[in-house]
Design a protein around this ligand. Structure first.
Ligand SMILES: [Zn+2]
Length: 165
């Protein structure tokens, strides 16, 4: 085998304890955090970790780039779209889907500011990229790198946020 999946291997990281997992989220998000059941620590994450709370309102993402000291987490809130459900194209992985699959997920940047992303509701973007690449006989690395770049930008945006005063 050639150098495929090198990007994902680089992007593997470990979560050592429940406390570390919780700490990866901002205090604002920790209030909304419902951890998945039956987690066994420590565990390794390939590319990123994502899950939903039982009500389906929140989707969580935990991600770490090789040059970050610690993993970072964020809670997305499912946002009802006004009018007819349409579905469409995920802005992170470019997969098409119904309104059940692809929709607006919003991230609270501060008490008053939020930003939203039109993405796969379950953040299964990496699987979709890999599937599409496999069917097309192409290397997924470029699209995976782009996906990680978008996630990096999201975390930069929430960690660099300074309220205007
Ligand atoms: Zn996607």
């Amino acid at each position: 085998m050639s150098a495929d999946h090198s990007y994902q291997k680089e992007n593997e990281f470990a979560i050592d304890s429940e406390a570390d997992l919780i700490k990866s989220f901002r205090p604002r998000d920790q209030k909304k955090l419902i951890l998945p059941e039956r987690l066994r620590f420590p565990f390794r994450v390939r590319s990123y970790m994502t899950w939903k709370d039982p009500s389906g309102v929140y989707t969580y993402l935990v991600f770490k780039l090789p040059n970050w000291d610690l993993p970072r987490g964020v809670a997305f809130k499912r946002t009802a779209s006004s009018g007819e459900p349409t579905g469409g194209l995920c802005s992170w992985c470019h997969a098409y889907g119904s309104s059940e699959e692809i929709g607006l997920l919003s991230v609270a940047i501060s008490a008053n500011v939020s930003t939203s992303y039109f993405v796969c509701q379950d953040l299964s973007c990496i699987e979709k990229i890999e599937e599409t690449a496999m069917l097309a006989g192409k290397d997924p690395d470029k699209n995976i790198a782009e996906l990680f770049y978008r996630m990096e930008k999201l975390f930069e945006r929430i960690s660099n946020y300074k309220p205007e005063s």
